[in-house]
Write a protein that binds this ligand. Structure first.
Ligand code: DC
Length: 218
């Protein structure tokens, strides 16, 4: 039996890494909804859209085409933007644009269409609460801000990107606050989601725990 799995949680909690690993083990398809808000932010920047002007936002959304490929590439209007959407500037801009109702409505509709069939692992902020309220498995994955900042720091180091641990932690705390306190679909744990705090867990331990929860359902 194929099911849908919703993984929500704050930034840098390991949602994407865990989702990818689960997909490998189950041969499911991963949908990274954060990448879609990042595309919206990049497209708004490229089209000089004032995100506080709803008419301009609606115009921007009309020309927004996003393709998430099976090999985890992110294509925005035909262009590969996989790396370009991961900058600090776009991270904060995606959190800003995700507060806008018209943007959420459009992206949620796209996400629900994408996951019409079963066999998806979708990660984001509102998957268990809004996008897939009927998902058979819901996980709320979190970790302390210090642990998440340290992971980002080490990840950057590996990629040869210089970063400052305190700045990273401040950015994480700011984005958490904005994502959890916005008016429309704020980040929160769905009532029927299982909470996993990965502060002191390895990725493999988290994946094993999620697989155990899934195996109870299928
Ligand atoms: O998961 P991420 O860090 O790539 O997401 C970038 C931003 O997009 C995040 O700060 C909030 C927003 N987002 C959202 O509002 N709803 C989602 N389902 C996914 C992301």
């Amino acid at each position: 039996m194929r099911i849908n799995i919703a993984i929500d949680g704050p930034s840098a909690s390991g949602k994407s890494t865990v989702s990818r690993e689960i997909c490998k083990r189950l041969n499911y398809i991963h949908l990274d909804t954060g990448a879609m808000y990042r595309c919206a932010a990049l497209h708004a920047k490229n089209t000089h859209t004032n995100i506080n002007d709803e008419k301009q936002l609606l115009n921007m959304l009309e020309t927004l085409e996003i393709d998430l490929t099976e090999d985890e590439k992110v294509i925005l209007n035909g262009e590969d933007v996989t790396d370009e959407i991961r900058t600090d500037e776009i991270s904060m801009a995606s959190s800003d644009i995700s507060t806008k109702k018209v943007v959420r409505e459009k992206l949620v509709e796209m996400q629900q269409k994408m996951a019409e069939n079963k066999g998806f692992v979708m990660d984001g902020r509102d998957i268990g609460t809004v996008v897939l309220p009927d998902a058979e498995v819901k996980i709320y994955l979190t970790a302390s801000a210090s642990a998440r900042a340290m992971r980002r720091f080490l990840e950057n180091q590996k990629r040869g990107i210089e970063s400052n641990l305190i700045t990273l932690k401040n950015e994480i705390v700011d984005r958490d606050y904005q994502d959890m306190h916005r008016k429309h679909s704020p980040l929160k744990q769905a009532e029927d989601a299982v909470l996993i705090d990965s502060s002191d867990m390895t990725i493999t331990e988290v994946v094993d725990e999620v697989m155990r929860i899934i195996s109870e359902k299928i």
